[in-house]
Ligand binder design. Structure first.
Ligand code: AMP
Length: 220
């Protein structure tokens, strides 16, 4: 099982790159935030609990999050592994995840940290737009849809996530950068960390990530 962890602040391009890697490596893209948002849309018990944290820019408790990820990795499409996006978000989650994987004779193969400066993150997040039906991601300037306000893939309306509004963005960054750097340190200590400069084009970052995984990027 190939367990690959992508680490990056909100706005670092983690979700976009996880999609690229998932397709290239034939592994599912497992995004904790997407799982929570789907549960909220469906109105499940998990969704109700998660929304009380997400709505105020806080992290969902570690036990809840680890349970959600473990359940997801037990599904048949993750038998060969997964690209994790947004998890682990704290050192405690990373440690608990190591234990859970070790229990199945597994480990994190590689943790890829996409590094982007803080001001650039705020600029990127404030321009991010998400499609209402499936969460496809756009950016007002960096990745605009072909038709304004509409998803290229499914035509649904594009929206700004409540937690991408500038006032919430700064609160999210303040709350998440320190724990994220703890996670980076955790994997550095485990000798599985690769740091990639995220202040480049989507293609360049994608190629650098594939090289860090020992996979030759395809020529385009
Ligand atoms: P994201 O889409 O990754 O930005 O996640 C959206 C929100 O979901 C976050 O602001 C958190 O409230 C929650 N969340 C996602 N992943 C985690 C995690 N690993 N641990 C705790 N909370 C999480």
């Amino acid at each position: 099982m190939r367990v690959i962890v992508l680490i990056g602040a909100p706005g670092a391009g983690k979700g976009t790159q996880a999609g690229v890697l998932a397709e290239r490596l034939g592994l599912p893209h497992v995004a904790s935030g997407d799982i929570f948002r789907a549960a909220i849309r469906e109105g499940t018990a998990l969704g109700l609990e998660a929304s009380t944290y997400i709505d105020r820019g806080a992290l969902v408790p570690d036990e809840v999050t680890l349970g959600v990820i473990s359940a997801r990795l037990s599904r048949p499409d993750a038998r060969a592994g997964a690209i994790l996006d947004g998890f682990p978000r704290t050192r405690a989650q990373a440690e608990a995840f190591d234990r859970a994987l070790a229990g199945r004779g597994n480990r994190v193969e590689r943790a890829l940290y996409i590094e982007v400066g803080e001001e650039e993150l705020v600029r990127r997040l404030a321009g991010r737009r998400i499609c209402r039906s499936a969460g496809h991601v756009y950016h007002e300037t960096a990745k605009p849809p072909r038709r304004p306000g509409r998803c290229d893939i499914d035509g649904s309306q594009l929206e700004q996530r409540d937690d991408d509004r500038p006032e919430t963005v700064r609160a999210r960054l303040a709350a998440q950068l320190a724990p994220m750097l703890d996670v980076v340190d955790h994997y550095r200590g485990r000798d599985v960390l690769a740091v990639v400069d995220g202040d480049r084009s989507i293609d360049e970052v994608g190629r650098a990530l594939l090289r860090a995984l020992g996979t030759a990027p395809t020529a385009r």
